[in-house]
Design a protein around this ligand. Structure first.
Ligand SMILES: Cc1cc2nc3c(=O)[nH]c(=O)nc-3n(C[C@H](O)[C@H](O)[C@H](O)COP(=O)(O)O)c2cc1C
Length: 188
């Protein structure tokens, strides 16, 4: 009985893996992880453009697209910025960073729209073999100020997050967050 159960579980696991391998979108979603250490390999402007394009493909409330994307490659500027951002220390080793910036005057949902864009950016980076991590700016006034001052971002724009990007150093594995009990099918 136990042997049959284990065989069934193994079969389901293999089936799941096969389905994922056949579906590159799902594979990218499940392979994505926060990457905080990077190699010295530069990231091309072509790849950065592809990534930002993915960001701009995200859904937005009323289709207002209340966003701007500041892409930086100046490693000295990134190292300096990382000194003031304790939760973005990895920025000093990154090859580029994308700051997702919202315009609250364009939409009250700017931070939700920018979050959707950020997730697209993280997935696009993963799909290109790059590593990235969402580091928080909004709603921390302190972190937003550090970023807007260092990068001369004008009012009324607000940085939602800063995403260091580079080629991952060493093997990095995604976390498994699937909890069956958190899925409420038809009733809570
Ligand atoms: C809103 C938000 C803010 C985050 N801020 C930071 C941050 O400031 N620094 C950092 O290293 N990671 C930050 N992260 C990344 C999380 O720590 C990470 O997503 C989480 O530990 C799950 O790991 P995973 O991304 O590998 O699945 C943030 C993620 C989100 C969604």
């Amino acid at each position: 009985m136990k042997k049959n159960f284990l065989t069934l579980v193994s079969f389901m696991f293999l089936l799941n893996m096969t389905l994922m391998a056949q579906n590159p979108t799902l594979e990218t979603i499940h392979q994505r992880k926060s990457v905080r250490s990077f190699t010295d390999q530069p990231v091309s402007v072509e790849n950065l453009t592809t990534i930002v394009k993915a960001g701009m493909a995200a859904p937005t409330g009323m289709n207002r697209q209340p966003w701007e994307f500041l892409v930086i490659q100046d490693r000295e500027a990134m190292a300096k910025l990382s000194e003031n951002l304790p939760y973005a220390k990895m920025l000093k080793d990154a090859q580029a960073a994308i700051i997702v910036v919202g315009n609250p005057e364009k939409s009250p949902y700017w931070y939700l729209d920018c979050s959707a864009a950020t997730q697209n950016i993280l997935l696009a980076a993963e799909s290109l073999g790059l590593g990235a991590v969402w580091t928080l700016a909004y709603p921390s006034e302190e972190r937003m100020n550090i970023i807007t001052t260092a990068l001369s971002i004008p009012l009324p724009y607000k940085p939602l997050c800063l995403i260091p990007i580079g080629y991952p150093k060493g093997p990095q594995t995604p976390k498994n967050k699937w909890v069956e009990a958190k899925m409420h099918l038809n009733k809570w």
